[in-house]
Every structure is written in structure tokens, then in C-alpha cells.
Write a protein that binds this ligand. Structure first.
Ligand SMILES: NC(=O)c1ccc[n+]([C@@H]2O[C@H](COP(=O)([O-])OP(=O)(O)OC[C@H]3O[C@@H](n4cnc5c(N)ncnc54)[C@H](O)[C@@H]3O)[C@@H](O)[C@H]2O)c1
Length: 328
């Protein structure tokens, strides 16, 4: 069994690789080739914690995966993660555990890559300004994904905590020295959203974080947060202005994401407004962008197929490069 740390993964696997893996995952998922039982939840009320077990199996790839993510909000401030995670990659031909991968980093990669895949497939070719709202643990991979698929002139980041946004902008400038454009912290969310060609929301907010009427014609928006039915980070007015709305998994979004569930319940949108899943765009069975001026929204809640294909591709590259620690 191979143990793969964040550093190991970074040595062999790029954001370009992750975007390719996510596209494959979305295509297989939408073609019904991924078996995903409901995740198992066990509550630990004594510590305000939740243990989450997320399995998936793709027979066509002969791999299965089990992601373990434990949500312990009280870890905040203790210098340990609030959502520690590991991914077990299982050889589907014999049930042997092939690898254990750093689940926090893998999640950041595959979640950034979901936005990257959406922008690659749906955004205008010519984009100048990218914006990320929310500068927490998922945000760096979101910035990297934007930079991977479009040649941008500027990236704006915004957080309700301005000091955090400023520190994050600084960190991004250091992380991507090859980017010749500007990476700046916006002082207002309006400033961040106005004129953005690519817009990502990746916050823990429970109510909309921006004014949907400010989004410019032709923009592509990826909504990554709001993973519970009561949570919203997207202004529903944006959905009314969007000519196309895509999901990673329509079933999962309609079960989990307040961003879509609430406006649907309130009659602001109907299911007829849904265009389909990104995997269907990858397969070529539904259209992508059809005009320069349309606003396009992608809503992702994250699916286990992304974890499986990403883990498998990392494992293949690590074995080929002799990276990682052999155990047992
Ligand atoms: N779609 C997926 O596959 C996927 C995967 C992982 C995490 N997530 C979700 O993404 C979101 C962000 O995750 P994270 O780990 O980065 O969280 P985090 O707690 O590390 O960071 C969240 C950030 O959002 C900011 N924020 C909250 N409300 C805001 C507002 N109104 N305006 C601007 N900024 C605001 C916070 O200040 C914080 O910096 C969460 O909802 C998480 O559940 C989604």
C-alpha cells in the first residue's frame, strides 16, 4: 500500500491533471457508471462532531474509493483542521487497499478542478478578470484552476474578513509568481464582482454574498459553497439572468444545495431552467456556451466520482514516478 502525502501529490499531479480527472469523473458519473451509495453519517454530539464515510465504485475503472471526512468545528483555533480527511483507494479487482491519500489536499484539488473544468468548457475564450469570494481553505485551488484554464489580467479576492483577504492575496502572489497580472484584495464585494468574467463563490455563508444584478453579461459563475438545503451564497437574481444552469450532479444539488433548492421552492426558477450536468457537456450530449453574452452558472456540491478518478490518476502517476511511502 502506498501512502501519499500532500507533498508527494504536489510533486506528480498538477491542476491541469486534476481538471482532466474531474472531466472524466463527471462524464462517467453522468453516464451512470459510478455507483455511489448514500454517505454514512455518525454524530459525535459530545464534541459537536460528525464522522462522514463516502464510498464510490466505478466498475469500468476497476477502482473503488472510500473518503473519510470528519467535521469537528470546535477544532477551529486549536491549530488542527476542522475537517480532517483521508482517501482510501481500493483495487477493484481484488479488494486490496492500493493507497491512502491526503484527503484534505485531494478535496481542495478536485474541488478547484470542478470550477476549472466548468470554466474550460463554458467560459468565453477571452477573459480578463477573475474573482474569488471567500478565502478559506478551498480558495487557493480555485485561484489556481482559473489561472490554469484562461489567460487573465487580474484576479480579485474578497472575504467578509478583509485582513484574511489581504493575507490571501499576498499568499497567492507568492504561490503563482509566473502570473504576470495583478492579484488584489477587493475592498468591497461590488468591486470584486463588477466586470468579472469568471466568478467563484466558495464561502461558508448562509445568505447570498453578492448582488446578482452586478454580474456582467458573458460571465461564467461557479458556486462551490452552500452545501446544505438552508444555505445560500448565490443571489437568486443571478439565476433569473442566467441562460444556462449546469450541475455536477443534479440529484445531489437538488438534495443538498440551498442555492438551487430555495429559489426552486419560491418559484423564482423551475426545473425547466436547468440545462443539465457538466458530464453531459464533456460527453457532447448537451451544448456548452452558445453566445458571448450569455451568463452561465455552474453549481457544484462535490461528488465521490471526482475523489475516485483523481485518487486513481494520482496513484498511477506516483507509481510511475516512484513517489510515496510503501507501507505493508
Ligand atoms: N463543492 C464542493 O465540492 C466543496 C468541497 C469542499 C468544500 N466545499 C464548501 O466550500 C465552502 C468553503 O469551504 P472552505 O473549506 O474554504 O471554508 P472555510 O471555512 O475555510 O472558509 C470560508 C470563508 O468564507 C468566508 N465567508 C463567509 N461568509 C462570507 C461572506 N458573506 N462574504 C465573503 N466571505 C465570506 C469566511 O470568512 C472564510 O474565509 C464551504 O461551504 C464548504 O462546505 C464545497
Amino acid at each position: 500500500m502506498l501512502l501519499l502525502s500532500k507533498d508527494d501529490i504536489r510533486r506528480v499531479f498538477s491542476m491541469t491533471d486534476a481538471i482532466r480527472a474531474d472531466k472524466e469523473a463527471f462524464r462517467l458519473f453522468s453516464a451512470g457508471q459510478c455507483k455511489v451509495p448514500l454517505r454514512t453519517q455518525i454524530k459525535a454530539p459530545k464534541y459537536d462532531g460528525t464522522f462522514l464515510f463516502m464510498p464510490a465504485y466505478i466498475p469500468a475503472l476497476d477502482y473503488s474509493v472510500e473518503k473519510i471526512v470528519n467535521i469537528f468545528p470546535r477544532n477551529s483555533g486549536k491549530n488542527i483542521p476542522t475537517a480532517p480527511a483521508q482517501v482510501l483507494l481500493i483495487d477493484g479487482t481484488n479488494g486490496m487497499i492500493a493507497a491512502i491519500l491526503d484527503g484534505m489536499y485531494l478535496t481542495q484539488l478536485r474541488t478547484g478542478a470542478a470550477s476549472g473544468a466548468a470554466f474550460d468548457l463554458l467560459a468565453r475564450r477571452e477573459c480578463r478578470k477573475g474573482t474569488v469570494i471567500g478565502t478559506g481553505s478551498q480558495a487557493a485551488a480555485q485561484v489556481e484552476a482559473m489561472l490554469t484554464v484562461r489567460i487573465l489580467e487580474q484576479i480579485h479576492v474578497f472575504d467578509r474578513n478583509p485582513r484574511r483577504a489581504e493575507q490571501f492575496a499576498q499568499q497567492m502572489r507568492a504561490s503563482f509568481p509566473y502570473f504576470s497580472g495583478r492579484i488584489v484584495a477587493s475592498s468591497s464585494v461590488q468591486d470584486a464582482v463588477c466586470d468579472a468574467d469568471l466568478l467563484i463563490t466558495v464561502t461558508s455563508a448562509e445568505t447570498p454574498v453578492f448582488d446578482g444584478t452586478l454580474v456582467k453579461a458573458g460571465a461564467t459563475v461557479s458556486c462551490v459553497g452552500a452545501y446544505q438545503p438552508r444555505m445560500q451564497e448565490m443571489d437568486p437574481r443571478l439565476l433569473c439572468r442566467a441562460s444556462k444552469i449546469y450541475f455536477d450532479s443534479q440529484e445531489a444539488v437538488l438534495a443538498e444545495a440551498g442555492d438551487i433548492i430555495i429559489p426552486l421552492r419560491e418559484g423564482i426558477i423551475t426545473e425547466n431552467d436547468f440545462t443539465g450536468e457538466l458530464g453531459e457537456v464533456v460527453a457532447g450530449t448537451i451544448p456548452a456556451r452558445e453566445s458571448e453574452n450569455e451568463i452561465i452558472v455552474f453549481k457544484t456540491v462535490g461528488i465521490a466520482a471526482q475523489d475516485l478518478v483523481t485518487a486513481m490518476r494520482i496513484y498511477d502517476k506516483s507509481v510511475a514516478a516512484g513517489i510515496g511511502t510503501q507501507w505493508l
